[in-house]
Design a protein around this ligand. Structure first.
Ligand code: AMP
Length: 408
């Protein structure tokens, strides 16, 4: 179902509540990566250009004690936003009450107000995280329309996304729209051949994703730590590699169900211990010694992955294929980035989390069709599940005309 987007709303002069994902990393009071703020700028700029009064909501970290409030205030984020926009942003250090209401009532078109961390409401009965009806009602009463641009929390039903959305006219912001267009529509109706690459530490984190991708894709290439549970389930030695012994039966049944679609590494980079400067060597997958740990896919596996990816029209990748945080074991993940970056005729999508971080860190930020901003949310999307934050956005009204570029 198509969702309402920014252009479907009339926002001029209106109080527009916007849920953004400003959950940025902060160290010693300074933001260490402002990518999430940058990603929200197109939506905010559009609303400003359209003369809206923009009221921003976001969470930041987890709030369990009064002490957590001190280190998780959005004030520092509002300052960074003001710098990036080169505009004034009024920060309101509360999540409700007279101070907030006064600040909103004073707003003129093009003004921006940033409300304090929505999770401050969690200290008293988890009101934000449990989608408390009174809180959703109160926040919705502060505005005229709602824009949800926080894909990172779309898999959660919170007061600041679902709570507001169920009470006001709601559209997706540009970032949310992009995630729906690339991940949502790929899962719904992928252009074939469709190849998935899955890595990361564990099978158990991604069972639903593997099952769904096996259904809808032509090949699933497996790398990373999760490969060893699959390999052990086939009876191979895996030395001292990471493994989930309680998932061996599941891994075996996935391989059987896959009927040749699931591709495992044929060679490995193994180390004599799990550390940055461990001794390492490249081996055939069967030659691992009992004390060795599998750290990365080897060059033959890279070649094989490349062969399977040739001619693909859609590629989805989730999870690094090796311990990319250590330079000696980052080559496989870098090679996957390089292969995908050169697939100019394919839709290449990174489904968030560590593989997104790895690709950006390795200099491939602009070489994919889409790098998702959500970790848990994109995994749930890839599982083919509905995301409450997206479901609660209004469906767009079908005008009934046949023109795919229609603007009626
Ligand atoms: P995930 O969050 O599930 O995508 O897992 C990402 C983590 O998997 C990264 O921190 C990688 O270092 C880790 N990882 C990838 N390959 C391996 C491996 N062979 N052994 C252990 N951990 C791995």
């Amino acid at each position: 179902m198509k969702k309402k987007v920014l252009e479907d709303l009339h926002v001029s002069g209106k109080k527009v509540l916007v849920r953004v994902d400003f959950n940025v990393p902060i160290k010693d009071g300074s933001i260490t990566d402002d990518n999430r703020i940058i990603q929200a700028l197109p939506t905010i700029k559009f609303l400003i250009e359209e003369d809206a009064k923009v009221i921003l909501f976001s969470h930041l970290g987890r709030i369990k004690t009064e002490e957590d409030k001190k280190t998780n205030s959005l004030e520092v984020v509002s300052k960074r936003l003001a710098e990036l926009l080169d505009m004034e942003v009024t920060f309101v250090p509360v999540t409700r009450g007279e101070k907030l209401e006064k600040a909103i009532n004073k707003m003129k078109p093009k003004d921006i107000v940033m409300v304090e961390n929505t999770r401050f409401e969690d200290l008293d009965g988890k009101k934000e995280s449990k989608n408390d009806p009174e809180l959703g009602e109160y926040w919705a009463s502060l505005g005229d329309v709602f824009v949800n641009d926080a894909f990172g929390t779309a898999h959660r039903s919170h007061a600041s996304n679902v709570g507001i959305a169920s009470r006001l006219e709601t559209a997706a912001g540009y970032l949310m729209e992009k995630e729906i267009r690339y991940i949502g529509s790929t899962v719904e109706n992928p252009e074939k051949p469709f190849v998935a690459i899955l890595g990361g530490a564990k099978v158990s984190d991604k069972i639903g994703v593997i099952e769904n991708l096996l259904k809808i894709s032509d090949k699933v290439l497996i790398g990373g730590g999760m490969a060893y549970t699959f390999m052990k389930s086939l009876g191979y030695n895996i030395g001292d590699s990471i493994v989930e012994n309680d998932k061996l039966d599941l891994a075996k049944s996935l391989i059987e169900k896959a009927k040749g679609k699931l591709i495992l590494p044929v060679d490995l980079v193994v180390a004599d211990e799990f550390s940055e400067d461990a001794n390492f060597r490249v081996i055939k997958y069967k030659d691992i010694k009992p004390y060795e740990t599998g750290m990365d896919i080897g060059p033959k596996t890279v070649k094989q992955f490349k062969k399977h990816l040739k001619g693909a029209k859609t590629v989805v990748w989730n999870g690094p294929v090796g311990v990319f945080e250590f330079e000696n074991f980052a080559k496989g993940t870098k090679a996957v980035c390089e292969i995908l970056a050169n697939m100019k005729n394919a839709k290449t999508i990174i489904g968030g989390g560590d593989s997104a971080a790895a690709a950006i860190q390795m200099g491939y930020r602009d070489d994919f069709t889409h790098i998702s901003t959500g970790g848990g949310a994109s995994l749930q999307f890839l599982e083919g599940k509905e995301l409450p934050g997206i479901e609660s956005i209004d469906d767009s009204v079908d005008c009934g005309c046949d023109d795919s570029n229609c603007d009626c």
